[in-house]
Design a protein around this ligand. Structure first.
Ligand code: SAM
Length: 229
């Protein structure tokens, strides 16, 4: 499958998945999420306080609730209206949050200078879904929306056995493609990569400094944080 086909499959999967997403992730409410993911939140809290934050792939707003509590303001974006509608139905501790449909690969089509300057970018469970060949261009375009010295925070999953399935495969550029079936019975092939720390450093170190990488195995999470050059 080409990178474009992979993006189309991912697009269809998340468009259709929104109603089931929170159950799939076992996200019930903000308090239990904060309790569960407290060790991750502790790693980023200092970067969030009082800042203008751009959130990518915000989904149904679970991490938006975490960000809004600490930020100065948040522009939370996702490419799917269905996810944003569910995010809008949640409650936020501060009124300084706006949701907008935006494709993370083409931010300039959706976000202008008047929306910034952004001091922090945050994305949870987004990096793993990018075909590897698209990551450098994605980062270079993203950085044009940030102030020098902005912090980029990417949070994602470490491998889990349940994602190793008979129909999974690696494509020519090393993307891990695996099937996902929704409760509506439809099947989609989705990129879900588990980059190594070395891979992350290789793509980020030409573009940033103060790179930090953390893994939390009980929570099956990795966190990458760096400052834009
Ligand atoms: C695994 S979910 C993560 C949602 C949320 N960040 C969370 O942790 O609950 C991935 C999200 O990426 C969004 N998405 C998929 N393709 C996108 C794109 N090109 N631009 C922005 N968001 C996209 C999907 O709509 C979905 O909400």
């Amino acid at each position: 499958m080409s990178a474009d086909d992979l993006i189309r499959q991912m697009h269809a999967y998340y468009r259709d998945c929104a109603p089931w997403h929170d159950d799939y992730m076992s996200y019930t409410d903000n308090a239990s999420m904060e309790a569960l993911l407290g060790p991750i939140i502790d790693l980023i809290e200092v970067d969030l306080v009082g800042k203008r934050i751009l959130e990518l792939a915000c989904g149904t707003g679970n991490w938006t609730q975490v960000l809004v509590k600490r930020a100065g303001s948040v522009l939370a974006t996702d490419t799917h209206r269905s996810s944003i509608d569910l995010a809008l139905a949640k409650t936020y501790e501060s009124p300084h949050v706006e949701f907008r449909v935006a494709n993370a690969y083409r931010l300039s089509d959706f976000i202008g200078p008047e929306d910034g300057p952004f001091q922090v970018v945050f994305a949870a469970d987004w990096w793993s879904h990018m075909p590897k060949s698209l990551i450098p261009g994605f980062l270079d375009r993203l950085h044009t929306h940030l102030v020098p010295g902005a912090t980029v925070i990417m949070l994602d999953m470490t491998p889990k056995d349940s994602l190793i399935m008979p129909d999974s495969y690696y494509d020519d550029e090393g993307n891990y493609i695996h099937p996902r079936t929704l409760p509506n019975g439809k099947q989609y092939f989705v990129v879900k990569n588990f980059p190594s720390e070395q891979e992350l450093y290789a793509v980020v170190s030409p573009r940033g400094s103060q790179i930090e990488y953390h893994e939390n195995h009980p929570l099956r999470r990795w966190l990458l944080k760096y400052v834009v050059a």
